[in-house]
Design a protein around this ligand. Structure first.
Ligand code: TYD
Length: 206
């Protein structure tokens, strides 16, 4: 059995990842593929419980190292229970955020640097890597404006523009360093134009 394709959508707030993930799933299913749409933090019952902890507000705050460890605990559960079994069963996995978000948000945004993220990545993922990381790139000012209109916000949505600029720069740097695995997509455009570009990229993957 051929392994499923592992496609990750990334980017800062307000880039439309979740909408695009659903559109991509609908396209692939329409083409007769079996598809699993999942997200991080979360994606398994245990990982979703950790998600509620990490996105919640706590009286003492959440320090950056605690945040990083909780997110990787959720990722370990998600990979074990959901992602690896699906890929091995030949199912295409579309994941709304994955390890690049930890480099961008905890490493760059929170200022922990890449080293602790790389350490946990090695421990938790071993040799598992996405086939493609699709970075939905949007200027933080526009992204923040979009999420303000949406409501339903969490701790991260209240971060400053400077934080989101560090996040964006980290995604762009990671994409530039491995162009065979990353595609940066201009997510300021309308939803249909972005969706068409994503379909073309994923269709080219064999
Ligand atoms: P969510 O509401 O799913 O945000 P979005 O729609 O922007 O994906 O909340 C997930 C938040 O978790 C998001 O703000 C980014 C953050 N996050 C990290 O900080 N590090 C990570 O490794 C992951 C996967 C997410």
């Amino acid at each position: 059995m051929t392994r499923g394709r592992f496609i990750v959508l990334e980017g800062g707030e307000g880039g439309g990842k979740s909408t695009q993930a659903r559109r991509l799933r609908a396209h692939l299913e329409g083409a007769g593929r079996r598809v699993l749409l999942t997200r991080e933090p979360g994606g398994s019952p245990l990982a979703e419980a950790i998600r509620a902890l990490v996105l919640g507000a706590w009286p003492e705050g959440v320090d950056a190292t605690t945040e990083l460890l909780l997110i990787f605990a959720a990722r370990a559960a998600h990979v074990h229970a959901t992602i690896r079994p699906a890929l091995e069963a030949g199912i295409d996995v579309i994941c709304d955020r994955f390890v690049d978000a930890s480099y961008a948000y905890q490493g760059a945004g929170r200022g922990l640097g890449a080293a602790p993220v790389a350490l946990l990545e090695q421990l938790v993922l071993g040799d598992l890597r996405p086939d493609r990381v699709l970075v939905l790139d949007v200027a933080p000012e526009l992204g923040m404006q979009r999420i303000a209109e949406r409501g339903d916000n969490n701790r991260f949505d209240a971060e400053s523009i400077a934080f989101m600029q560090r996040v964006r720069a980290a995604y762009l740097a990671r994409a530039a360093a491995a162009p065979e695995r990353y595609v940066v997509i201009d997510a300021a455009r309308d939803v249909d134009a972005v969706a068409a570009e994503l379909v073309a990229i994923v269709e080219a993957l064999r």
